[in-house]
Design a protein around this ligand. Sequence first.
Ligand SMILES: Cc1ncc(COP(=O)(O)O)c(C=O)c1O
Length: 390
Amino acid sequence: MSSQPAHPALLIPGPIEFDDAVLQSMGHYSESHVGAGFVATFGETLSLLRLLFQTTNPASQPFVISGSGTLGWDLVAANLVEPGENALVLSTGYFGDGFADCLRAYGANVTKLDGPVGGRPQLPDMVTALQEKKYKVLTVTHVDTSTGVLSELKSLAAAVKKVSPETLVIVDGVCSVACEELAFDEWGLDGVVTASQKAIGCPAGLSISMFSGRSIEAVKNRKTEPATYFASMRRWLPTNNPAVMQNYEAKKPSYFATPSPQLIHALNTALKQIMARPLAERFQKHIEVSDRVKKTVTDLGLEIVASKPEDQSHAMTAIYLPEKIAIPDLLPRLLNKGIIFAGGIHKEIGTKYVRFGHMGVTAVDPSRHDVDNALKALQDALAECGYKKA
Ligand SMILES: Cc1ncc(COP(=O)(O)O)c(C=O)c1O
């Protein structure tokens, strides 16, 4: 039994429902951010991230910095690309477009390849683009939270390596890390940026990322100073004194900007829970839950925004509403039944669909019944709205 006050199940695609032990870790007594106790926790947390991202390469560098997922975009845009350098952005929705905007804000010359609504840009188009110009970075959103479209990271990264091996492959994993398979070393990724509040299952407030040795070299070899102070990777790295992230991992006190000890404790607890079981099992559970959701939704006669099964994320499901039923008809009815879904945010179809997040404890904790409750609530709420399957 959860010790949390009774509340509607938060089944939006992040923040997600949190485990009791994770939330209780936020209540840790106050510690010095350079004291031995906290530094040991932070160091262990960084090492746990190597396991989660599946990297054993000592050149890989984890970062945990106070901020939200968007700060990961700034880390990439401010540090890996110099003004005027080319960036190729593969967009599968709102968040791919946002990454492109962030890159432009720091002066990158951005080319964006858009998938159709609910689909991905095609690999041959990406290959053609890479053959036409030299790109410093390619960015891809692993799961675009606006559409629930999953990108084919493994084959995409392999194709980039073949056509343009010097291009850094950067992944927005905000809605995929800890629920979708992601093998940093094996797939040859150069950067994955994510956040605490989705499948990792820790309250919002942490930008979490992993960069390859190649990315770190690119940062060291910049000709221009990054146009940021807080998000300058040089200030968190060994080129700078003190080498904040490396010192923490070596359990040595360090300071650049004050971390949140309570959030780091919560992240530490969440990562220990995740790593207590094989990652493959966790990914499989997310697949099974997602399959069940998608089958029930299509059996109800509804359409999924990510139209092809191979493009569908296992973190969430974006569901088109039946004609004549609007978001304000459905969401309050779901709330009355104890379920919170999110509305749509894609610029072309925002009013026509809702989003159901099924990540983290909702998918893997057998004592929870979020998914069954949500599917039943959806069915009942639609019936109340007068919906009948055609
Ligand atoms: C795929 C993706 N990228 C980036 C972000 C931005 O993260 P945040 O809202 O934590 O800044 C989000 C947020 O939902 C997201 O889903």
